[in-house]
Design a protein around this ligand. Structure first.
Ligand code: PFF
Length: 445
């Protein structure tokens, strides 16, 4: 059975895929944006702490469940002892992953439109270039659709020749582009002020409920946790692999790229300020969200003179690539469910589910900001942390300890007395769920 589900061919292939899922718009847009909204370095610090204290233990829990059951979230709970009551959480995870795909693709489509815009302009097709960055609904439909088609075509290829192959090609490209842009931005006038804001914490802000909730949500979203993505990718890891090591590498890659993206974007905002652009909103907060990416950054590209056009092309290509290696992991969750449950072939499942959530995406796109914001907050602020809590409860309190330890030991026989084994069980049982609960409840008080 396991053999026809597919398996990653090497640890590097897996790391590329899982880091590809983790590293996305959440890192390059979400993280810098949230940092800007929450006063800079204090947010960075809390995010790092929560990523390691809550994110990593949960990532490991998903890998262990996935590899042990070789299944999707629903199948996994069905297979594990004591998991029956958790099956509904598996379904909610699949639905959440699919809904995230729907809204994510709208934003990713906009990134792609901004990527091709300067290319059309260079070719002299100014009317098309203008259209690419307009608010025309047909523009939205077109690029959201192209993005869905790319996602679907990779997922029909399966684990090795779809997910692994494309993640392994695109992730190194992403890293090179990000490093080039960051170094370049740091050489521009005004960047130093941004670096200061980014790296010097204002501790007064570190413990406000809003900041903590944002940092926790960000670490969940960024590590693709709760919804079963990492569980499903874990189900394709070979028994030879050392899970704790893979988990650490993926977490470090994710956090590292977010950090690097912040080191490019926050200074870029101050480069724009240096040239006279307004970088604070009416509330006195640093500009963020769509205004940051689609208004302030284009100002920075203008300041760059001749290098501005290549920089813009590289930036939006970077965003599109990061989004694509994440969107495939979202689509893989429902597809794995359909395939495992014997409901359809991979190809049929991918087209049917891709088609359904493409339509959902278009409905969200046309529903306006209110609907979009509702879906975003329902999936990322509520569903992801709560599903994460459920996974902690399952692994920490319900599943048999020996089953879990044996699973981890498969690829790392000497794990017994390591730091990992002394801390991780305690974290998934107590610390991570408690932190999730505290941060989650704090928003209501
Ligand atoms: N981790 C992705 C990002 O940071 O953009 C987003 C994501 C991927 C969320 C996969 C959830 C998911 F299942």
């Amino acid at each position: 059975m396991a053999s026809n589900r597919g398996e990653f061919s090497s640890s590097l292939g897996f790391i590329m895929a899982a880091a590809g899922s983790a590293i996305g718009l959440g890192n390059i847009w979400g993280f810098p944006t949230q940092t800007a909204q929450n006063g800079g370095a204090a947010f960075v610090l809390m995010y790092l702490i929560l990523a390691f204290l809550v994110g990593y233990p949960l990532l490991m829990a998903e890998f262990v469940i996935g590899r042990h059951t070789r299944s999707n979230p629903v199948g996994a709970y069905q297979k594990m002892k004591g998991g029956k009551n958790f099956v509904p959480a598996g379904f909610i995870g699949i639905l959440t992953s699919s809904l995230i795909l729907s809204f994510y693709s709208i934003i990713a489509g906009t990134m792609m439109a901004h990527f091709v815009e300067p290319i059309f302009r260079l070719l002299g097709a100014n009317a098309i270039a203008d259209w690419c960055i307009s608010n025309d609904p047909i523009r939205n439909i077109t690029f959201t659709t192209i993005f869905f088609l790319l996602t679907i075509s990779i997922i029909t290829g399966g684990v090795k020749s779809g997910i692994e192959k494309w993640s392994s090609r695109l992730m190194p490209a992403l890293l090179v582009m990000l490093i080039m842009l960051t170094i370049y931005v740091l050489t521009l006038n005004g960047a130093g002020e941004g670096v200061k804001i980014y790296l010097l914490p204002d501790f007064k802000k570190a413990f406000t409920g809003e900041l903590l909730l944002g940092a926790l949500g960000q670490s969940f979203f960024s590590l693709s946790l709760g919804v079963g993505t990492m569980l499903v990718y874990g189900s394709y890891i070979s028994n030879k692999e050392n899970l704790p090591r893979l988990g650490i590498l993926v977490t470090l890659a994710d956090v590292g790229i977010a950090f690097l993206a912040g080191l490019m974007i926050i200074p870029a905002i101050y480069v724009a300020a240096n040239a006279g652009t307004q970088i604070f909103d009416e509330g006195g907060n640093l500009i963020s969200g769509p205004n940051l990416v689609f208004q302030v950054l284009p100002e920075v590209f203008k300041i760059m003179g001749g290098l501005g056009i290549p920089a813009a092309i590289i930036f939006f290509l970077l965003m599109s690539v990061a989004a694509l290696t994440s969107s495939i992991s979202m689509l893989e969750v429902p597809v794995a469910y359909m395939v495992d449950a014997g409901k359809a072939s991979r190809k049929t499942a991918t087209w049917v589910i891709g088609g359904i959530f493409w339509i959902v995406g278009l409905i969200i796109a046309f529903g306006g900001d209110a609907i979009l914001n509702m879906v975003v907050s329902l999936t990322t602020q509520y569903s992801q942390p709560l599903l994460g809590l459920v996974i902690c409860v399952f692994i920490g309190w319900v599943a048999h300890r020996n089953t879990i330890i044996e699973e981890i030991k498969k690829g790392s026989p000497d794990i017994e007395n390591t730091f990992f084994m002394k801390t991780w069980p305690f974290f998934v049982k107590f610390i991570s769920p408690l932190l999730i609960l505290i941060v989650f409840l704090k928003q209501f008080f």
